[in-house]
Design a protein around this ligand. Sequence first.
Ligand SMILES: [Cu+2]
Length: 132
Amino acid sequence: MDRSKTRRTRGTARGLWAASLLALGAGGARAEAPPAPIRVFEMTASRFRFEPETLQVTEGDRVRLIVRSTDTGHGFAIKKLNVKVAVPKTGEPVAVDFVADKPGTYEFKCSEYCGSGHGRMKGQLVVLPRAP
Ligand SMILES: [Cu+2]
């Protein structure tokens, strides 16, 4: 009984291996561009700055920012990209996903009043043109 179980398991493993080879072959035959890489950045928000203050990505990158507060409640907003999230004072990380689809410099700033220096709590996202 144990032996037959083993054989079945091996058979399944072989089947999966063949299936994955087929999948690779099919993927290679398609002339699609590979998906844009995801750039992941971790960022902290605290009175009254973001760290890092400058982010640099390349046109077309999919970007994920993981933002967390080290003190009080903040916000993270990139107006031109329609991004705005609350960053809770609990320190829980918040994920912000967007596609940097146009080159340029985008200001980001704190979108939740957090004290006297709130107005200067900002940084920039630089999106470089993709080389042809
Ligand atoms: Cu603020």
